[in-house]
Write a protein that binds this ligand. Structure first.
Ligand code: 6PG
Ligand code: NI
Length: 186
């Protein structure tokens, strides 16, 4: 006889998980040293300001297992640059990931190992296939919380250091519009 068990439940409007063990990670401005272009703007901002929360289902890890999590990225800017996640390649480079936009509006920035970049708009219902060998970062260009559900291999891991040089483009607000600016080196 099959056993019957309640699955985790996610509210598709808010991305909130309920009635299930969760792992939570909060990332504040203080944790994002070197991420924003405007260093003095970053220094003068409240270091305790929350930039994003990640809530993950507490599910098994290991070869073949998948992780499921929701990122809640708050609206805000450092200087003229929108709040964003740190961004990463997976430690196992070939591992892809799927993002599903739940609420808010923003951009998914993708950059491959050759430095080729691509942006996809993120909105309620958007589906993003992040290929392997591709760094990814969420950017909140709106005025409400941007929430996105992600599913990825539990073995993928994160390689933040590989992007220490940063993404080649930044997303900023200029003249009340979303603009993309090439990073100046030096
Ligand atoms: C992952 C996912 C996702 C991501 C968060 C926070 O591979 O774990 O892409 O859960 O970690 O959106 O972004 P950063 O890991 O870049 O801070
Ligand atoms: Ni990832």
């Amino acid at each position: 006889k099959p056993t019957f068990s309640q699955p985790p439940h996610v509210d598709w409007l808010t991305g909130a998980f309920s009635r299930t063990p969760l792992l939570r990670k909060t990332t504040r401005l203080a944790d994002l040293s070197g991420v924003f272009a405007d260093v003095s703007g970053w220094r003068h901002a409240d270091p305790q300001q929350v930039v994003y929360d990640v809530e993950m289902l507490d599910t098994p890890s290991g070869s073949g297992e998948l992780f499921t999590g929701v990122t809640h990225l708050y609206p805000g800017k450092v200087g003229d640059e929108y709040f964003m996640t740190r961004g990463h390649f997976h430690a196992l480079r070939e591992q892809g990931e799927v993002y599903f936009g739940l609420r808010g509006s923003g951009l998914l920035l993708l950059q491959d190992e050759q430095g080729e970049m691509r942006l996809e708009p993120v909105f309620a219902g958007s589906v993003h296939i992040i290929p392997g060998f591709t760094a990814h970062r969420l950017i909140n260009t709106g005025t409400e919380i941007l929430s996105a559900l992600a599913v990825w291999s539990s073995n993928a891991g994160h390689d933040y250091a590989a992007l220490a040089g940063g993404f080649a483009w930044r997303v900023v607000e200029e003249d009340h519009q979303v603009q993309i600016r090439e990073v100046q080196n030096g």
